[in-house]
Design a protein around this ligand. Structure first.
Ligand SMILES: Nc1ncnc2c1ncn2[C@@H]1O[C@H](COP(=O)(O)OP(=O)(O)OP(=O)(O)O)[C@@H](O)[C@H]1O
Length: 331
């Protein structure tokens, strides 16, 4: 458990903002993150995620506000020649790996780790079998990325920033990167901020998720809060299929939803709708309109009293046109 002091001083942004010309890409944003955090940032393309991450990394100069890391202001490219902060490692989508180096030599150069720590890091990054290869010897994109990751971790940073670590990878390399990211924080005890379009992975990984839209963080919360209580259709849609039904309609179908009064529309996930093949007094009658096979589950498009919605079921023995009975579960 981090101390109160560590919580206050680890990473703090005060009204940090960025514009390009007349376009504000990050609106004034403030936050406070604790040591060892696992923060994931989601948002549509162009919503300002990378710009925010690059300001934290010290690679982009904020127009306003400041970012404090372990008590020191992060300097931008206008403040210093070499961008970045020693305690912060940043893996860009467009990382570079120096050509013509033996991987082990490249990693050794400037490393602050002893031999045992190095080996642990190489295993963690799943590159221990690549150490004698040359960086220009036909390494795959995924292997190059894992070497680049190991390289930036050899200086023992306290905060790791990952910009889209799963993009442009085939399935096997993606799985490998997922394993690594899942183990990094626990093994190295560092904070991680990750941007990803792979929102399903975020839910199980992150302590906290932020959603960005038009340069603003529009929602912050735990994975459960973000998934089950999105603030808008946009936030809901980032994490998969959802249903939107007027609250009044939900309450008339299911009186036990009488306490849902904060919003005009009620958002639910398909798996919140339970289906039954037999009628019962508290169930609504519905017709199946579409069936999408998802592996262990089916995603049913159903029609209920003038409303179309999705429900997810493990019940495989259903067909289009069939009458079923549904109810909505609280979350
Ligand atoms: N150096 C730059 N010069 C001008 N405009 C820029 C620059 N960098 C980013 N932008 C613009 O700022 C906006 C936000 O970009 P940013 O890369 O932060 O978004 P993003 O949410 O990370 O997008 P993506 O998911 O596609 O990476 C975009 O409209 C982008 O075109």
């Amino acid at each position: 458990m981090p101390t109160f002091e560590a919580c206050m001083n680890f990473l703090e942004a005060k009204q940090v903002s960025k514009s390009y010309g007349s376009q504000q890409v990050v609106a004034p944003t403030s936050f406070n993150l604790h040591n060892g955090c696992r923060l994931a940032i989601a948002g549509e393309t162009g919503s300002g995620k990378s710009s925010l991450l690059k300001m934290i990394a010290g690679h982009v100069q904020p127009d306003g506000g400041e970012i404090i890391f372990n008590g020191e202001r992060i300097l931008g490219p206008n403040d210093q020649l070499l961008p970045g902060h020693k305690g912060i490692a940043y893996l860009s989508q467009h990382f570079e790996l120096r050509n013509n180096y033996i991987v082990a030599d490249l990693l050794d150069y400037g490393s602050e780790l002893n031999a045992e720590e190095q080996l642990q890091l190489y295993r963690l990054c799943e590159i221990d079998h690549l150490l004698q290869r040359k960086t220009n010897s036909g390494l795959s994109g995924g292997e190059r990325q894992r070497i680049a990751l190991a390289k930036i971790l050899t200086t023992q940073p306290k905060l790791l920033l990952l910009d889209e670590p799963f993009s442009n990878l085939d399935t096997l390399h993606k799985q490998s990167m997922r394993r690594i990211v899942a183990n990094l924080q626990a093994t190295l005890n560092i904070g991680i901020i990750m941007i990803s379009h792979d929102t399903t992975d975020m839910l199980s990984w992150a302590d906290e998720i932020w959603i960005m839209q038009h340069g603003m963080v529009i929602q912050q919360g735990s994975a459960r809060e973000i998934y089950h209580h999105p603030v808008s259709n946009y936030a809901a849609g980032l994490f998969g299929v959802f249903n939107e039904i007027p609250v009044a309609q939900i309450q008339s179908w299911f009186p036990y939803f009488s306490n849902v009064v904060t919003q005009h529309m009620h958002i639910s996930r398909p798996e919140q709708w339970q289906i039954s093949l037999e009628p019962a007094p508290h169930l609504l009658q519905a017709q199946i309109e579409t069936i999408a096979f998802e592996g262990p589950t089916l995603l049913l498009g159903i029609h209920v009293q003038g409303h179309r919605l999705f429900c997810r079921t493990m019940q495989q023995a259903v067909m289009v046109g069939q009458t079923i009975y549904v109810q909505l579960q609280h979350r």
